[in-house]
Design a protein around this ligand. Sequence first.
Ligand code: CA
Ligand code: CA
Ligand code: CA
Length: 356
Amino acid sequence: MKHYVTKSERLFVGRVIIGVATAALCASALLATDRVYWTDRQTGRIERAGLDGADRTVLLQKVVPAGIAVDRLGARIYWTEQAPARIRRAGLDGGQIEDLVTVGLVEPDDIELDTLRGKMYWSEPAANRISRANLDGSNPELLYVFSGGAPTGLAIDVAAGMLYWTDAACGCILRGPLDGGLAETLVSGMFQPFDIELDVAGGEMYWTEPNAGVLRKANLDGSQVEFVFAASAIGPAGLGLDLREEFMYFTDPHTLRVSRISFDLSIFETVADSGLREPYRLALELTRGDPGDMNCDGALNGADIDPFFLALGDPLGYVARFPRCDIGNADVNGDRRVNGADIDVFFACLAAGACP
Ligand SMILES: [Ca+2]
Ligand SMILES: [Ca+2]
Ligand SMILES: [Ca+2]
């Protein structure tokens, strides 16, 4: 009798393979810099901690922060503030603050980065709109306006050039081109969806509905909506996905925690639970493998040459082909840019079997 592989068996196989790759990569000291950043509108703080909650640090206080995003390669955090309304960035430790957008904003909320195209996107639910600008704040553009709409959480499919967002007013998930244009409603009938994150490689999107205690997912086209979990005692709000380790991170303004839960729901842990008053949005700073390991298979060898040159010559093509890898691993000379200056060092890494 023919045996058909079920979805759960495929998932199991996938987990075993990921488990092996993870074990190989755990030797990397870079893993130590994996961190979660979050905002708290009531304490007025931006904080960060290791993924297990260790080394918790206040980066900024006495502001009203909302959305937050991390540019790991550029070593900067970007965030929105609601009173006064502005968008700012700083180094990963909160130093060297720069004002990026300070005029014309109405309670800016979520922020997401497309560093390959040099753009940042933000939502203003109270003004029914989504805008973008260059990463330094120049060239602001209005992309989407919805009368009666309240776009809140944002997510970007960099390779496909699509923006996804939640709309708390219509209870919808929508998407549209990064340049603006026609938006399509993918899912409706949700209860005040708040944040959204994508697993482009897996073809899925995840979103939170804090006031329903729900985290759901669906295919990127909106089909196959299903609960990841539903628990009335908690209120998942800000969301981040660690696709390699298969953990979901979320702020919870109901229990006043930052928590993480494994994709298979077997591990549920608290990342931070003291001194929080309205934990709001969060962002993850994740290393994925080692410098030069461009196909992220845990080894540095000749198989990385083609992906390396793809990353240099066609960054968007690289992201499309290796959605779970980090293009930043092509920065083998450590100057926070991926370009021709990395080529000689890359070959030196190959010859040595590892980058210095
Ligand atoms: Ca988001
Ligand atoms: Ca490799
Ligand atoms: Ca470089």
